[in-house]
Design a binder for this molecule. Structure first.
Ligand SMILES: [Zn+2]
Length: 251
């Protein structure tokens, strides 16, 4: 059986009523945000960067935190703009078809593009928010970064003096069960699941793909490299996201 064409997939999306989109790093690379796990990824090229993202080193070592805050100051997500791929999904939302958008990205670019925040399920958190690891206080990241710029190397929580961090999931840190539950629930409710720019290697979120399939949804995978779920997908599209997604999602 041949792989359905992009025109066939476009018709499936036209016919779908509850689309769930799952996005990974591949949708943000056109916005200048490097893919951490891909062949050119930051972690692949610099294992030390992975150590900075490990909660155990972060909590135990003030020097790791200082280096992390310096690295956050320069994170490309703070300067990045949404690209054509992000905007295409806004078009899908405006057509009333977007049931939910599950993202592994922490860059906040879907919301910047205009997707309603309540539709976005951020399984790995959001870099634009800071959190206190002791009392759970949350607030805007930019205000904390301003303190770093003003000379505080390891800014502490204003409420309890605890350790602050970006509100993202580091290595060694538990996912938020309510968020994962919601991702799985919406995947089971959709009639078409579109996975974009994710290698689908990270669990439990990758499990949303077979879950949607078993629940009867069509599954479409658009990624530069093969994924473990290509075999169960109804279509696999190896196309440039910024070019193909606007075509697929436009009315
Ligand atoms: Zn606190």
């Amino acid at each position: 059986m041949s792989n359905p064409s992009v025109d066939t997939v476009r018709k499936w999306i036209d016919a779908a009523r509850r689309v769930v989109v799952l996005t990974g790093a591949g949708i943000s690379t056109d916005s200048g945000i490097p893919d951490f796990r891909g062949p050119q990824g930051v972690w692949t090229k610099n294992p030390l960067a992975e150590k900075l993202s490990d909660i155990r080193y972060y909590v135990a070592d003030g020097e790791v935190r200082k280096a992390s805050w310096q690295s956050r100051l320069e994170h490309p997500a703070f300067m990045a703009q949404p690209n054509a791929g992000h905007l295409a999904l806004v078009a899908l939302e405006r057509r009333g078809k977007l049931h939910a958008l599950i993202t592994q990205n922490i860059d906040g670019l879907h919301q910047r593009a205009g997707i309603a925040s309540e539709l976005v399920v951020e399984v790995h958190g959001n870099l634009h928010q800071a959190v206190c690891l002791s009392c759970g206080w949350k607030g805007p990241m930019q205000a904390v970064l301003d303190r770093v710029r003003a000379g505080e190397e390891d800014p502490a929580c204003g409420e309890c003096d605890g350790i602050l961090k970006s509100d993202t999931i580091s290595f060694g840190q538990a996912l938020v069960p309510e968020v994962i539950d919601r991702a799985m629930r919406v995947a089971a409710e959709c009639d078409l699941l579109l996975a974009v720019g994710s290698t689908l290697q990270v669990y439990p979120v990758a499990g949303a793909v077979p879950l949607a399939k078993e629940a009867g949804a069509r599954v479409v995978i658009m990624n530069a490299q093969p994924t473990q779920f290509d075999d169960i997908a109804d279509a696999v599209l190896r196309m440039h996201i910024g070019e193909a997604l606007p075509y697929l999602c436009a009315g």
